[in-house]
Structure formats: structure tokens, C-alpha cells
Design a protein around this ligand. Structure first.
Ligand code: DHB
Ligand code: FE
Length: 298
């Protein structure tokens, strides 16, 4: 049985990556954000998994807007860093794990999740910024291979929060049925509240964000009842990215332990959040059900 050892939820705001790439992390505007990351980064450096699954969304950089799959999965050997208009970020190429990808694909298909398959994919800030939040100084390579799981959060109608949570639960079962001894870190990316355009541009809802941050740990099923419209209304048109945290959470155990969390406003014109959870927690005994009823004799 393979095991999810941790889950990391983090915003993917592109300017967070740019601040790191341009050595601006000690500037007064950025210092508090990056100081808030430090305890999570230190813990993660001590808990390197064999492979990471990154649940993320592309922003029309790797995938043409004419073809936006609701859910997708990368099966490539390597994922080049996308050029988002200023040249690709100077960070390592992302190395894939086709063997795990194909296992997940088969299991998820069998459970009724018909994922679009990406045999080639350039990965944008949605994936590379979370990797930088985890590992600020990767050197020549990220800490481990990565399997990208893609969710459409940019074109209406996005999948429901409930469907994302169910995908996460199926993903958890698929991971556990993989090769013995393999350790997995899972990242849920995007958020927190933000709206980049329109009359509510700059909309941020700290009260909602704090509720989400707490409830993702304790009662994710409750968050999964929120409708797409609830999410857009309360978190902003781009804040709906938070549904990707539910895919991560669904793949984790019922009980998890928070290692660290951090909330910061504003990064760009966005609320940024990070929450790191240990998944290696003893689970409560299942509540015994009523004894099986005797079959009526016919
Ligand atoms: C920005 C872009 C994003 O994709 C996001 O999730 C938050 C902020 C931005 O361009 O500022
Ligand atoms: Fe985004």
C-alpha cells in the first residue's frame, strides 16, 4: 500500500514566484508572507515524499481556452515550464512519474472519473509557484517527481465542490492501491479569496477565508456542500480555485494534524493562504454498526 504522508494547501499567486525569482522576499511588502512560510518549509524539508501529486489549474498558458477539460491528468515523463509572456521562470523542469499516472488514471476511470489525458503539458504558475512555496531553492531539480491533476476553475461551469471532494476520495483510494512503501505528498493549490477582473476586482473576504482554512481540516464535507455560485459570491470569481483544496483533502484521512498555517493579505490583489497537514495520524476506530439481521426464511 502506498501512503499519503502529507497535504499542502497553498495559493499560487504568480507574483509570489516573481518575488522569489527576483530576490525580493526580504522587501517590506513581502517579508511577512515569506516568514509565514518558514515553519512549513522546514517541516517539508524533513519529510520528502517519493512523489508529489499537484492538484492545480492552468490559466490558458499550457492549454488553449478552446479546449478546457473539467478534470485532467498528466502522464508525461517531463513537464516543461510554460512561458507566460515574460519567458519561462528559471526553475527546474518538472519530472513526471508515468507509472503512477497510469495507475491513477485506470483506478479513477474505473470509479467513473473520465479524466482527460495530457501526454504533453507545459505547466504554468498554478503548478510551479506551489513547488516554489514548498522548495524555495530547488537547485537543479525539484525534490521529487510530480503527477499533475488538473481542474477547470476558469471557465463556467466549473465542477462542483462536491465532485472535487469525491474525486479526491477516489484519488486517495487509487493512491493506497499503488505499490507498497511509496510515500506521496499531495498539494491542493489556488485561492484564497480573490477576483481579478470586473466590477468586484480586488474583492477579498478574510472571514470566509478563515472559515475555509479551519473547516478544510475539521469538516471538509461541509465545504463540499457549497455551490459554485456560493463560492464565487463569497470567495470571488477566481476564489473558486479553492475547490482544488477539496481534491487534496478528499485524498487524505478523516483525521489529520495541522503542522502550520499562514494567511496573508494582499499578495498581488489576492488573499494568500498556506496550510500544511500531516496525514500519518491514528484514525478513530470505526463505530460498530448493528449486528447483521437474520435473513427471513422464505
Ligand atoms: C493572480 C493570478 C492568479 O492565477 C491567481 O490565482 C491569483 C492572482 C494575479 O495575476 O495576480
Ligand atoms: Fe490562479
Amino acid at each position: 500500500m502506498a501512503e499519503v504522508i502529507w497535504g499542502l494547501a497553498t495559493s499560487h499567486v504568480p507574483s509570489i514566484g516573481a518575488a522569489m525569482d527576483r530576490q525580493k522576499t526580504d522587501d517590506t511588502n513581502w517579508m511577512d508572507l515569506f516568514e509565514g512560510y518558514a515553519p512549513a518549509r522546514a517541516w517539508l524539508a524533513e519529510h520528502r515524499p517519493d512523489v508529489a501529486i499537484v492538484v492545480y489549474n492552468d490559466h490558458a498558458n499550457g492549454i488553449d481556452l478552446d479546449f478546457v477539460p473539467t478534470f485532467g491528468l498528466g502522464t508525461a515523463e517531463r513537464y516543461p515550464v510554460a512561458d507566460e509572456g515574460f519567458g519561462p521562470r528559471q526553475v527546474p523542469e518538472v519530472v513526471g512519474d508515468p507509472d503512477l499516472s497510469l495507475h491513477l488514471l485506470e483506478c479513477l476511470m474505473d470509479e467513473g472519473f473520465d479524466l482527460t489525458v495530457f501526454q504533453a503539458l507545459d505547466v504554468d504558475h498554478g503548478l510551479t509557484v506551489p513547488l516554489s512555496v514548498w522548495t524555495p531553492d530547488p537547485g537543479d531539480a525539484w525534490p521529487c517527481p510530480v503527477v499533475p491533476v488538473l481542474v477547470n476553475v476558469i471557465q463556467y461551469p466549473q465542477p462542483t465542490a462536491a465532485r472535487c471532494y469525491a474525486l479526491g476520495e477516489a484519488l486517495g483510494r487509487a493512491i493506497r492501491s499503488y505499490r507498497d512503501g511509496v510515500t506521496v505528498g499531495i498539494l491542493g493549490t489556488g485561492g484564497m479569496s480573490h477576483q481579478l477582473a470586473g466590477s468586484r476586482a480586488g474583492f477579498i473576504n478574510p472571514e470566509f477565508d478563515r472559515m475555509w482554512m479551519e473547516t478544510i481540516e475539521t469538516d471538509p464535507a461541509k465545504l463540499a456542500t457549497l455551490s459554485r455560485e456560493d463560492l464565487i459570491r463569497q470567495a470571488g470569481s477566481e476564489g473558486i480555485e479553492l475547490i482544488m483544496w477539496l481534491v487534496m483533502r478528499g485524498a487524505m484521512s478523516e483525521q489529520i494534524t495541522k503542522i502550520h498555517s499562514h494567511y496573508f493579505v494582499p499578495a498581488s490583489n489576492t488573499a494568500a493562504g498556506l496550510a500544511l497537514f500531516d496525514n500519518r495520524v491514528p484514525q478513530p476506530e470505526p463505530v460498530p454498526g448493528p449486528p447483521p439481521r437474520e435473513k427471513a426464511l422464505t
